[in-house]
Design a protein around this ligand. Structure first.
Ligand SMILES: Nc1nc2c(ncn2[C@@H]2O[C@H](COP(=O)(O)OP(=O)(O)OP(=O)(O)O)[C@@H](O)[C@H]2O)c(=O)[nH]1
Ligand SMILES: [Zn+2]
Length: 287
């Protein structure tokens, strides 16, 4: 049979088919080859008894994300907040760059809009100008369910973003299943996230949404060479500088720096580009 892994817990993989969800183990051959089935994988499996089975083959992956380790994503719903937790533009630009690098579409969900000033909400719209889709939500009083369902339709999406940005509350608004919701203060006391495992919710034929653990920041181990970073900033015009290998830092007659002066490239974006560039370079040099 063929199905999709929608959840994994302690070496048990929950495989969803049109008939049922099967609890499967992976054949030892995967361990020998050092391959681990991932949530999101489409797999072939043999049924052994009632709703149980063994995974025999992992079908080709469209893509794979390392942290959280999931496969076959069409788009990421990336949650950010202006307040509680407060906005961190560096983390946002780093995350967006990663998504560009591995070629996954991102929809930015601006969560807890009820806590934000109009000025800040206006500022964050710069990401719309860059070309990202932005959806503003208030999980309790203004949840644009139809707009969200339209965005999710027919795709496998992953929810991501720092701890406490409202991902579980959002998923609760979308699916009937109970998802544990914690408060930020409780969580920081315990020093870990409430979302403990990775799971997919099926919202209808071919429409799936992952729930992934929150994280605050992560290392850029996905871009090996800082010279590739410029292609991960959507708004950079990489073809109009004097030097065609221009990194837009100290080179003369640079179109990107020109655009920065003209306000076509946002100052914070350019500054974060420089910081990331240095971070990747340092990493590469210390290897
Ligand atoms: N004011 C406001 N509070 C919200 C909103 N959405 C969620 N919250 C609150 O924010 C806190 C964190 O929400 P969660 O949904 O648990 O956040 P999370 O992103 O799933 O957190 P992790 O599981 O740690 O990744 C809870 O106390 C929620 O009640 C919102 O739109 N507005
Ligand atoms: Zn340049």
């Amino acid at each position: 049979m063929i199905g999709k892994i929608i959840k994994s817990q302690k070496e048990i993989y929950y495989v969803l088919t049109e008939l049922d969800t099967f609890m499967c183990k992976a054949r030892g051959v995967f361990r020998k080859k050092n391959i681990k089935p991932l949530v999101g994988d489409n797999v072939e499996f043999d049924v052994t008894e009632n709703s149980k089975g063994y995974i025999t083959k992992i079908l080709d992956r469209k893509n794979e994300i390392k942290r959280p380790n999931i496969a076959n994503i069409d788009q990421i719903l990336y949650f950010i907040t202006i307040k509680n937790p407060s906005l961190n533009l560096f983390n946002i630009d780093k995350y967006l760059a990663m998504c560009e690098h591995i070629n996954i579409d991102v929809v930015i969900i601006v969560s807890k809009k009820d806590l934000a000033d109009d000025k800040d909400l206006e500022f964050i719209k710069m990401y719309e100008k860059i070309g990202y889709k932005l959806v503003f939500i208030d999980n309790y009083n203004d949840f644009p369910k139809n707009e969200i369902l339209k965005i999710l339709d027919g795709k496998t999406s992953a929810v991501s973003g720092s701890s406490g940005v409202g991902k579980s509350t959002f998923l609760n608004n979308l699916v009937e299943d109970e998802i544990e919701i914690g408060t930020i203060s409780e969580k920081s006391k315990r020093g870990k996230n409430t979302t403990r495992h990775i799971e997919i919710f099926n919202l209808g034929k071919n429409t799936n949404i992952f729930d992934t653990p929150g994280f605050d920041s992560f290392d850029i181990d996905f871009i090996d060479d800082e010279k590739d970073l410029k292609y991960c900033f959507k708004e950079f015009d990489n073809n109009s500088c004097k030097f065609n290998n221009c990194n837009h830092i100290n080179e003369p007659k640079c179109k990107v720096k020109d655009d920065l002066l003209k306000g076509f490239v946002e100052k914070t974006r350019y500054e974060n580009y420089l910081l990331l560039f240095e971070e990747i370079k340092k990493r590469r040099q210390t290897w």
